[in-house]
Design a binder for this molecule. Structure first.
Ligand SMILES: Nc1nc2c(ncn2[C@@H]2O[C@H](COP(=O)(O)OP(=O)(O)OP(=O)(O)O)[C@@H](O)[C@H]2O)c(=O)[nH]1
Ligand SMILES: [Mg+2]
Length: 226
């Protein structure tokens, strides 16, 4: 079998499992968001600050993907919420089966929010639906404002772009307005928040977005589920 039909088969199977997961998440009223970016754009750091800001009563858990290490899960476990590492062993993205397997012993009725940190990669994760309600792309100010145009798929599929490391703006030749314009050329409705995890600037905008998205998700569920 050549590469193209095989890839199609894998993606079809992934889409089937993702659709089942999405239905389960809806039934159990769990908002799932899928964080995607290049390696090092600040996904785990944003999650550290996010978990740190939550009260112990927050019903949140995290799945974090990595090629090899448990480093990110170890960073995130310190905040007391359920966290699991998904180590892909070389695969450059998470897939729906990995999510299904790693949530198998979690009681979804005890969750309101599941945050997935995908493997650091701006290309492969965009093809794999994980059953999430929303994809979120992070772009750090050290990456160049042209990235939405060079890697359009993930920007097209994401609801929100988090512009990260904004504390570095005085030191890098990065035009934030142009980066946002480029993202909206690919996806006109792209929402944007600007965040520095170092100074905390914009953190509240990100937390507000998450809260509003949770409400929109619940409001969108049919009567029988809601
Ligand atoms: N100056 C600055 N540095 C940051 C900020 N956020 C993250 N960093 C740094 O960026 C580096 C990478 O951050 P991570 O959070 O590990 O990035 P990641 O996207 O999770 O990386 P992978 O999981 O390997 O893809 C670390 O050295 C962080 O301290 C920020 O807001 N400002
Ligand atoms: Mg990480």
């Amino acid at each position: 079998m050549n590469r193209v039909p095989l890839e199609g088969k894998v993606l079809n199977e992934n889409a089937r499992v993702a659709a089942e997961l999405r239905e389960r998440f809806r039934e159990h009223r769990v908002l799932v968001v899928n964080l995607i970016s290049s390696p090092g754009s600040g996904k785990t750091t944003l999650l550290e600050k996010t978990l740190e800001s939550f009260s112990a009563a927050e019903r949140v858990s995290v799945l974090t993907g990595d090629l090899q290490t448990e480093n990110d899960a170890n960073r995130l476990k310190r905040y007391g919420f359920p966290v699991k590492q998904i180590t892909t062993g070389g695969t450059c993205h998470l897939d729906a089966r990995m999510i299904e397997k790693h949530i198998a012993d979690w009681d979804l009725d005890k969750l309101d929010l599941l945050i997935v940190e995908n493997v650091g990669n701006l290309v492969c994760p965009s093809s794999y639906d994980l059953g999430e309600a929303a994809k979120i792309v992070l772009l750090s100010v050290t990456e160049g404002e042209d990235k939405p145009l060079k890697y359009p798929s993930i920007f097209f599929k994401s609801e929100l772009m988090v512009l990260t490391k904004t504390d570095l703006l005085p030191y890098v030749p990065f035009d934030a307005a142009l980066a946002i314009e480029n993202a909206r050329r690919v996806h006109a409705e792209m929402e944007v928040v600007r965040v520095s995890c170092l100074t905390g600037h914009g953190m509240q905008d990100w937390l507000n977005w998450l809260e509003q998205r949770k409400h929109a998700f619940l409001a969108g569920l049919p009567e029988t589920v809601a």
